[in-house]
Design a binder for this molecule. Structure first.
Ligand code: KG4
Ligand code: ZN
Length: 338
């Protein structure tokens, strides 16, 4: 029963993160958020790469220190190969390669979207792991997917967004309301105090298991512009109700499709993953499906929802056990399918 230590490195977007995992248990998971993007209302790729460059050494040092191990104890380095912003991915990829060379240990490339899903296999007390096959609604700032997972490394996207991701729908709605980036968590916060049925927004009519969120965003924009014309204080006076109504509509869109996916596949083990799975209403509604429809649900701990290296480290560990290593000539890829 040898202890296997894997270092995970995540740098696909605007969070620099490093984690150490030992036989499936997280020993450390350090995340440096990049404040810089707030004032631009979104992630500026050039600035993100620079901040990664600046943060990566201290973040990794901190992760190793918190894990209370020595660099020389590490058995492999797992890193996010894609999808994501090229300039951001390059920082983590190059760093991982150099460290694997310096420590003379293998390199393991990880798909970020697989990482979000496999975060469910991190050993945690009171946290059930989903059995195969299961469905996962992976929702983030860049993706909206319903994935069918047959084993750790066999995943099939059975539905996805054809335009904006659900995280973008949250963030862009928040921006229309004058809230800072990323607005998703703020919409969640104000929605708690509002009436979800105060305003009605049109849901898209999409075939199959696919999603569309760009029409909703436009609908919200026109609605707010019209209301503000009538009453310049409309947003301030109704912020909680507006947020609750937007969130209600998004949650309905997601669960309409998730229900369809369960019916179509006959699989009723359902997980959520990705940054938007931190949303309190989504977590609540998913939990309710247990007695409502008899689903078994899997909700990740908060720290493993938004981008973090813990999910990269667990994927690295599973790949390590599978002897699935990468060549030292591997390159980052902005577009990478699950
Ligand atoms: O997975 P993630 O950290 O990064 C990507 O891979 O995109 O997801 C970030 C997204 C952002 O759009 C953010 O607004 C959203 O997750 N998010 C939330 C909540 N927490 C984070 N959206 C709604 N409610 C939340 N509580
Ligand atoms: Zn992500």
């Amino acid at each position: 029963n040898k202890s296997i230590y894997i270092l995970g490195i995540e740098s696909s977007c605007d969070d620099t993160s490093a984690a150490v995992i030992c036989n499936g248990k997280i020993l450390s998971n350090v995340v440096a958020n990049q404040e810089i993007h707030t004032k631009y209302g979104g992630v500026v790729p050039e600035l993100a790469s620079r901040a990664h460059q600046q943060n990566i050494v201290p973040v990794i040092q901190q992760a190793i220190q918190q894990a209370n191990i020595d660099k020389k104890d590490l058995n492999a380095i797992a890193f996010t190969r894609g999808p994501g912003l090229m300039g951001s991915l390059l920082v983590g990829t190059s760093f991982a390669k150099s460290l694997s060379l310096a420590l003379n240990i293998p390199l393991i490339a990880v798909n970020h979207m697989q990482g979000h899903v496999l975060a469910h296999f991190i050993d945690e007390e009171n946290q059930q792991k989903p059995p195969f096959p299961f469905l996962c609604l992976t929702i983030s700032g860049g993706h909206t997917q319903i994935v069918k997972i047959t084993d750790y490394f066999t995943m099939e996207v059975i539905g996805e967004t054809l335009d904006d991701a659900v995280g973008e729908a949250f963030d862009k709605s928040a921006k229309i309301l004058g809230l800072p980036y990323p607005g998703g968590p703020l919409v969640d916060k104000y929605a708690k105090l509002g009436n979800p049925l105060a305003f009605k927004f049109t849901k898209p009519k999409m075939a199959d298991l696919n999603f569309s969120f760009s029409g909703l965003k436009t609908g919200i924009l026109y609605f707010i512009q019209k209301k503000v014309k009538e009453n310049p204080n409309f947003i301030e006076e109704n912020l909680n109700d507006i947020c609750a109504s937007i969130q209600y509509t998004i949650v309905e869109i997601l669960f309409d499709k998730l229900k369809k996916a369960v019916e179509k596949t006959g699989i009723n083990h359902v997980a959520i993953a990705g940054g938007v799975s931190a949303n309190s209403e989504i977590r609540k509604v998913l939990k309710e499906t247990e007695h409502k429809y008899g689903w078994t649900t899997y909700i990740p701990k908060f720290e493993y929802t938004t981008d973090n290296a813990g999910m990269i480290a667990i994927t690295g560990y599973l790949k390590y056990l599978d002897n699935n290593f990468s060549k030292d000539t591997i390159i980052a890829t902005a577009r990478l399918k699950v």
